[in-house]
Design a protein around this ligand. Structure first.
Ligand code: G3P
Ligand code: MG
Length: 379
């Protein structure tokens, strides 16, 4: 961090430009850095050019993910330069007290439960993220299935494991909270078990007041004079991004949270005779996400350059035309699309197949070329 602090000592005047990097398909493929990723970020730091990471990824607390990214990229990444899809969920703490947190590792990976090692985080995973954000009562599909395993008739060892694990020294047993009405379903990241997670969400959407196990008779059934579907205070639904595809280790893109959402909405439509599942969505490409990212970027400058500092031009480096590029174009950032992720000339039918609002300013080979281009253009 000290090294970073030195790097952050920007030149006397605020730098004329900055970068915002997507992660999956730009800097990393899964846990493997893409060629030139480390070198490029180091080059920016050595030249005192500010940058942030802006990902639709998530599922871990920002403190945990930045620590992991610093190790994977071998570049110091701190929370004040890092935005993931669900970071803005912090703003919902005042609105909801009991939530269902969905996605990510529902119990810490190798943290205290699976192998007895004292993990960094309690039960770890998405429940810890929501609790650290400040939500009073946090359920997960994992904790609900602990109460009623028969909800998913086929058993799911991964979901039942761990909660029965004896508490390890200095690691309090993280009991699941007692069942309570759920005010909101917050999808932090892709669930690891679509089946039981989808079923729990559907159960809550058909419930009365978010009480698991109840069934609201007016749902999906014609009620004379009451219309097809009454809002019985079912939980609100928040998606932290809409990515249908993302770029992992496999050479072809993987279905993301947008894929899981399509599954939930498909089942919901089927059982309600065509009702649309109302929900809120954040993350890239939405303007609010880019406005938040700009405030984070200016925050970095203000720390060293004083209250007046404001970034003039931002180069957004992304691999997904529908999130990174569309969002950057919509917010007036300079969009650079790479060929190391979701976008692929052959699969996409080339640049010509891109709709107007997702056409990048430039298409470049990889992150190294993007940084060189930005420094040349912005410098
Ligand atoms: O879940 C991660 C995926 O949706 C995309 O992440 O870093 O490419 O925005 P990223
Ligand atoms: Mg990406």
């Amino acid at each position: 961090i000290r090294h970073l602090r030195q790097c952050r000592n920007y030149s006397s005047k605020a730098p004329d430009y900055a970068f915002a990097f997507d992660i999956d398909g730009v800097l990393l493929r899964g846990r493997t850095p893409l060629p030139g990723a480390t070198k490029s970020l180091r080059k920016l730091q050595d030249n005192h050019i500010p940058f942030i990471l802006l990902t639709n990824g998530g599922g871990k607390h920002e403190s945990e993910r930045t620590e992991e990214l610093s190790q994977l990229l071998n570049v110091p990444i701190t929370e004040d330069m890092f935005i993931q899809s669900h970071t803005p969920f912090k703003g919902l703490v005042g609105r909801y007290s009991s939530v269902l947190a969905v996605g990510g590792e529902e119990v810490g990976e190798g943290e205290g439960w699976n192998d007895g090692k004292i993990g960094k985080s309690g039960e770890g995973g998405v429940r810890e993220v929501a609790e650290r954000y400040g939500f009073k009562t946090v359920h997960t599909p994992h904790t609900l299935l602990h109460h009623h395993p028969e909800i998913w008739p086929f058993g799911c060892p991964q979901l039942h494991h761990n909660l029965h694990h004896p508490s390890s020294p200095g690691h309090p047993h993280h009991h699941p909270p007692p069942l309570s009405p759920i005010d909101a379903i917050l999808v932090f990241n892709d669930p690891r078990h679509w089946g039981p997670t989808l079923h729990v969400i559907i159960d809550l959407l058909l419930s009365t007041r978010g009480e698991l196990g109840t069934y609201s008779t007016t749902n999906g059934i014609d009620v004379p004079g009451k219309g097809k579907y009454q809002n019985n205070n079912q939980p609100d639904v928040w998606w932290s991004n809409n990515d249908l595809w993302w770029q992992g280790e496999y050479h072809l893109p993987r279905l993301g949270q947008g894929g899981f959402r399509a599954a939930v909405e498909g089942v919901w439509s089927k059982i309600t005779g065509g009702e649309e599942l109302k929900a809120e969505t954040i993350g890239k490409p939405f303007k609010e996400t880019y406005a938040y990212a700009e405030s984070v970027l200016n925050g970095l400058l203000k720390k060293d350059m004083g209250e007046q500092a404001k970034v003039k031009r931002v180069f957004m480096v992304g691999d997904n035309p529908r999130s990174d590029i569309m969002g950057a174009n919509g917010y007036g950032w300079y969009s650079l699309l790479l060929e190391t992720g979701v976008f692929n000339r052959d699969r996409e039918g080339g640049e010509a197949a891109l709709k107007e609002d997702m056409k990048p300013r430039q298409i470049l080979k990889d992150v190294e070329e993007a940084v060189d281009f930005g420094m040349w253009k912005g410098g």
